[in-house]
Design a protein around this ligand. Structure first.
Ligand SMILES: Cc1cc2nc3c(=O)[nH]c(=O)nc-3n(C[C@H](O)[C@H](O)[C@H](O)COP(=O)(O)OP(=O)(O)OC[C@H]3O[C@@H](n4cnc5c(N)ncnc54)[C@H](O)[C@@H]3O)c2cc1C
Length: 435
């Protein structure tokens, strides 16, 4: 039995878990983040590409991303601490999103950007040459696997153009950014416990009452928040609520390739983020003058749902496939013989939209199913999750009367019911990391 008194236990010290405890601690809750790993951001946050982009296909998606973006612009002032390990920073690059039939030539995205007043430029294929070194702008869609004889062969004379969004970039170091938040949480009275694995959720009188750790330690608290990333469904099972949710979460194994820039191209300083639905990959510039290449889950690629405690951490053909897909677009891209990159997990929900909600167990809250695209939103999520918890603990029924969250930077209200665990599967979703 840990004899400190806590108002809330937050399971997980990733970027979202830490941002939630920061906002809760600012509201006066005594918080404890518990993580089974050795430090903040050591889980899936560490592998994040940390891309901050505003293009989503719904106005809600754009609004939340834009709200999050402002926190990153104002990071040091927001956290109000100086981390002795250094401060992460946002680097603006701009982003070029390819039009294609799959994304309806970005009509819904442009409509949503317009609704939020986000500026962008429509580019013809000719204009796109300005943003990519010596590109091949033929169409390669539909994508194929490497062993298909048609792999790498163009299927059409030209892609349809693109939308360029200048307000886009990435955060220098996602793990460090999470440590920055830990410093801010400690500064306002929150505690952390590392190398401590939650193995059970305690209940008392029909509500959450704390957690039990693997070594038998019991920590009591009337509020427990599941922010366990790819392990979120394990925690839901411990709380006995998984079967009561319409939308579930699973761990998806993903690979991200790192490839050096073509010779003579300073991609680290001049490169943009790309989202290419025609070749099925997204990229961003990486330190060391590299390209970082992730997948947009084209239909031919099998999705590999895994046990987050037991999965293949070695590179497979997937890594090379992603690099080769990008080399279709930028033929000068050198593909090294030795694979470089990373293997990590997304916590994917059934419709690839996150779940930010209460649960059927009073006092037990969910910030899960972040589906490979919620790093950017973490500070804004921290803010509305702390309000959601206050709202529910004050006796409001969020299922019936969902919290309407007034954003801090944007003059807009977000219906938090949009992220309900009991929503119908959102059929407008891309069912990919794009959201
Ligand atoms: C390869 C990759 C690329 C991505 N790229 C982007 C991007 O470009 N832009 C973007 O916006 N998003 C991106 N994302 C998504 C984003 O990184 C995640 O949504 C975000 O980091 C999730 O943070 P989290 O705090 O919810 O989870 P995590 O960082 O996974 O933290 C969960 C923590 O819970 C702990 N935990 C689990 N079970 C237990 C237990 N039983 N007891 C104690 N602790 C436990 C884990 O150890 C872990 O540290 C990417 C993700 C990946 C994997």
């Amino acid at each position: 039995m840990n004899n400190k008194q806590y108002d809330a236990v937050i399971i997980g010290a990733g970027i979202i878990g830490n941002c939630i405890s920061y906002e809760m601690a600012l509201k006066g809750y005594k918080t404890l983040n518990i993580d089974k790993l050795g430090g903040s951001g050591f889980g899936s946050t560490a592998g994040s590409c940390a891309i901050i982009r505003l293009y989503y296909s719904s106005p809600e998606g754009v609004a939340l991303a834009r709200e999050g973006y402002y926190y990153w612009l104002d990071w040091n002032r927001y956290l109000n601490v100086t981390d002795p390990d250094g401060m992460a920073y946002y680097k603006n690059t701009g982003a070029m999103v390819f039009k294609s039939d799959i994304n309806k030539n970005l009509a819904p995205v442009m409509e949503s950007l317009d609704a939020l007043g986000v500026g962008y430029r429509e580019l013809s294929p000719g204009d796109m040459k300005q943003y990519l070194p010596n590109p091949d702008l033929r169409s390669y869609h539909p994508q194929k696997l490497m062993d298909d004889p048609e792999f790498g062969k163009p299927t059409g004379p030209s892609i349809n153009g693109a939308v360029y969004v200048p307000e886009s970039g990435y955060v220098s170091d996602p793990k460090l950014s999470t440590h920055n938040v830990e410093m801010a949480v400690r500064n306002v009275g929150g505690d952390f416990m590392f190398n401590a694995e939650v193995t059970d959720i305690l209940t008392k009188d029909g509500r959450a009452a704390g957690v039990t750790l693997k070594d038998g330690t019991v920590i009591e608290a009337p509020i427990v928040v599941n922010v366990a990333g790819p392990h979120s469904y394990f925690i839901n099972r411990m709380a006995g609520i998984e079967d009561k949710m319409n939308i579930k979460t699973r761990a998806l194994r993903v690979e991200v390739a790192h490839v050096p820039s073509p010779q003579g191209v300073d991609w680290e300083n001049t490169g943009v983020i790309t989202s290419d639905s025609d070749t099925g990959v997204y990229t961003r510039p990486e330190t060391g003058n590299h390209w970082l290449i992730g997948s947009e889950e084209p239909k031919c690629d099998p999705l590999e749902y895994v046990d987050p405690d037991d999965y293949n951490q070695n590179f497979t053909d997937q890594l090379k496939t992603q690099a080769m897909r990008q080399a279709m677009r930028v033929p000068d891209l050198p593909i090294p013989n030795k694979n470089q990159g990373l293997v990590d997990l997304y916590d994917v929900s059934d419709d690839w939209y996150p779940i930010y909600d209460k649960s059927d167990l009073p006092g037990f809250y969910l910030a899960i199913g972040t589906s490979g695209n919620q790093y950017k939103n973490a500070p804004a999520v921290g803010s509305f999750m702390s309000e959601l918890i206050q709202y529910c603990e004050a006796g409001n029924n969020h299922d019936r009367d969902p919290l309407q969250y007034k954003m801090k930077y944007i003059d807009r209200t977000l219906d938090i019911g949009f992220f309900s665990r009991n929503r119908e599967i959102n059929k407008d979703s891309s069912f990919s990391v794009i959201g």
